[in-house]
Design a protein around this ligand. Structure first.
Ligand code: MF3
Ligand code: CO
Ligand code: CO
Length: 254
């Protein structure tokens, strides 16, 4: 597969899918409190996407994934499977939403703090979000994928954190995951050159401890090998003639 440049009509559909994904994160916020199970969050999101948005939750049955959203708690890096486990005060949780509307995908995630969270967890969450935005700010025609990865890695490591390498951002459109791979580490000026009309996700996973991860026996949940906390944020980004447009921006970010 090579990188697909989206047409004007595809971009319009991607804007709609992106907005719907963002709206699911806005909708779920008041439910992310101590005592809720991640299965309950999954059901609320599923029903909202299907019944209100008339859209499709992309993770459900994607390569066998059993739920409609990913919920990754504390040392879980990504692809956490919702379960009967209750969230408790002090947990940090990434909720990753991907919807399909009119055949096109919108993909976005954010970190939620459950009840009262420790200062070191809050710092990880803040630095990871800033790292994502530094990556996003690199996006413009003639910049390279390496510019994005370099910006993310430099900032994460300057803050004494590590960047996960096994999972990356991706092109997105009619397919959930398209070319290119968007690494969150690398060298400025290296890699594919960006062009107007490309759409990709930037979704760094950053750990307090070492970068290494392993996948649990469920075949999905990635956790830090050293069991330190991990955070992730994700947006879907359109390359525009003048730079970028964030297709999954939430009200709180405008
Ligand atoms: N939403 C994830 C991403 O950002 C992918 C989840 S795949 C699933 O690419 F199967 F785990 F849902
Ligand atoms: Co993604
Ligand atoms: Co995602």
């Amino acid at each position: 597969m090579s990188i697909i440049i989206k047409t004007e009509s595809e971009i319009n559909k991607m804007r709609i899918a992106g907005r719907l994904a963002a709206e699911v994160l806005e909708m779920i916020e008041p439910y992310v409190i101590p005592g809720v199970t991640t299965n309950e969050l999954d059901k609320i999101c599923h029903d909202y996407i299907v019944d209100v948005q008339k859209a499709i939750p992309a993770p459900l049955n994607y390569h066998g994934f059993p739920k409609s959203i990913c919920t990754s708690i504390n040392q879980q890096v990504c692809h956490g499977i919702p379960s009967e486990k209750k969230l408790k005060s002090g947990d940090i949780v990434n909720i990753d939403i991907t919807v399909i509307k009119d055949e096109y995908h919108g993909d976005t995630s954010k970190m939620f703090c459950v009840g009262e969270v420790s200062p070191h967890a809050k710092r990880l969450i803040k630095v990871t979000r800033e790292a994502m935005f530094l990556g996003i700010e690199q996006v413009k025609p003639s910049a390279t994928l390496g510019d994005i990865g370099h910006a993310v890695q430099k900032y994460a490591e300057a803050n004494r954190y590590s960047v996960v390498r096994e999972f990356c951002g991706h092109g997105i459109g009619k397919n959930f995951h398209e070319d290119p791979h968007v690494l969150h580490y690398g060298k400025a000026g290296e890699g594919e050159v960006l062009e107007s009309g490309m759409i990709l996700t930037i979704e760094p996973m950053i750990n307090i401890g070492k970068r290494h991860v392993k996948v649990l026996a469920d075949g999905w949940t990635a956790v830090t090998k050293d069991r330190t906390l991990s955070a992730q944020w994700e947006h879907t980004i359109l390359v525009t003639p003048g730079g970028y447009d964030i297709l999954t921006l939430r009200q709180e970010e405008m």
